[in-house]
Write a protein that binds this ligand. Sequence first.
Ligand code: SF4
Length: 64
Amino acid sequence: MRISVDNDQCAGIGQCHEVDPDLFPLDDDGYSAVGTDREVPDDKQEKARIGVDSCPMAALFIQE
Ligand code: SF4
């Protein structure tokens, strides 16, 4: 599984980061620093789904 963010949609609200700060890092301005192709460890897949679902801007995506 991989995750990505559309930085045009990210509003810097930070819910994703609260779910898992390692999976969903923020930049210095509070916007997502997930990038476009972030590998998710096997033991973090459920957390990744929760974090992606938590984004109120629907800015996060999963590639299986
Ligand atoms: S929850 Fe969504 S809007 Fe907020 S920082 Fe994460 S990706 Fe951006």
